[in-house]
Design a protein around this ligand. Structure first.
Ligand code: C2E
Ligand code: CA
Ligand code: CA
Ligand code: CA
Length: 278
């Protein structure tokens, strides 16, 4: 067994250093990704349960590299955070978001857009001014932009994070708590954070059909949010049965492959044109 262990070590070591090398290569490429126009947004439609209409979208970052093809956000976002590149990337994303909203509203589509913010971005002093300037320049209302944060923003300094969220909310932006129910969940966050919406994590949705306990949990979360006047979104709805269960709990909004995967901006706009007209 000892010998096997040593062989395994010898076998895995090159792989590990290859992984590290890959990360270093990605980090270097990421530094020029913005100038090279390698970053883009995918838009996943959000469906409102009253009327089952598209009410908006969540913007999800995409990175297409010449060397490695598309690199998943779960891989490059942690690198971007570590290198501080998430800050300029975030500014770019905010400007793109404001432009999209302005375009939609000019076409008469009353849509909202959600973007994701990491802890690093909350610490960025320029975030609020960039948000306000972008919205002013485009003429879109801050109320149409939702900022998604996860509970992890509270880890380092909860008071700081709370104050920053309050300032963003005071400026008119909407705040959503993303991936609710994973990680460090504490019900206290729902009471203490300035929130408009809770996004219930996919892990609560995926086992609804098989699990009575899962249904009981979803029902409790939905009831709690209702009591606290928080809007709710169910993430990762993939089947008609899940949709039925989610709807029965009075969830306000749904996102997931059952309706639509993330789409290119072009495909999203075409979809809206076909539903609402240009
Ligand atoms: P997230 O914010 O929870 O985004 C939802 C993820 O679930 C997306 O993955 C989406 O494609 C996927 N998804 C949507 N519907 C379904 C479904 O029905 N089933 C399944 N299995 N998956 C579904 P994606 O695009 O790979 O993004 C992964 C994560 O990367 C995001 O999770 C978010 O945490 C992060 N991310 C993406 N864009 C940004 C960004 O601009 N800034 C930051 N800070 N993070 C981002
Ligand atoms: Ca999100
Ligand atoms: Ca305008
Ligand atoms: Ca999420």
């Amino acid at each position: 067994a000892k010998r096997e262990g040593r062989n395994q070590y010898a076998l895995y070591r090159p792989e590990l250093s290859e992984q590290l090398l890959h990360r270093v290569k990605l980090a270097n490429l990421l530094r020029s990704a913005l100038e090279q126009h390698e970053l883009s947004l995918a838009l996943q439609p959000k469906i409102g349960m009253d009327g089952r209409q598209i009410v908006g979208a969540e913007a999800l970052l995409r990175w297409d590299t010449a060397a490695f093809g598309r690199v998943p956000p779960d891989v490059f976002i942690p690198i971007a955070e570590e290198l501080g590149l998430i800050v300029p990337i975030g500014h770019w994303l905010v400007r793109e978001a404001a432009t999209l909203l302005d375009d939609w509203h000019a076409r008469g589509w009353p849509l909202t857009l959600a973007i994701n913010l990491s802890a690093r971005q909350l610490h960025d002093e320029a975030l609020l001014p960039v948000l306000c300037e972008s919205m002013q320049r485009s003429g879109a209302s801050p109320a149409a932009l939702e900022l998604e944060v996860t509970e992890s923003i509270l880890l380092a300094d909860a008071d700081f994070a709370r104050a920053r969220l309050q300032a963003l909310r005071d400026a008119g932006f909407r705040i959503a708590l993303d991936d609710f129910g994973t990680g460090y969940s504490s019900l206290g966050y729902l009471k203490d954070l300035p929130l408009d919406r809770v996004k219930i994590d996919r892990s609560f949705i995926s086992d609804l059909e098989q699990s009575p306990r899962g249904r009981a949990l979803l029902s409790s979360i939905a009831g709690l949010c209702r009591a606290l006047s928080l809007q709710t979104t169910a993430e990762g709805v993939e089947t008609a049965a899940q949709l039925t269960l989610v709807e029965a709990e009075g969830i306000d909004e749904v996102q997931g492959y059952f309706y639509y995967p993330p789409l290119t901006v072009e495909a999203f706009n075409q979809l809206l044109e076909s539903k609402l007209g240009a």
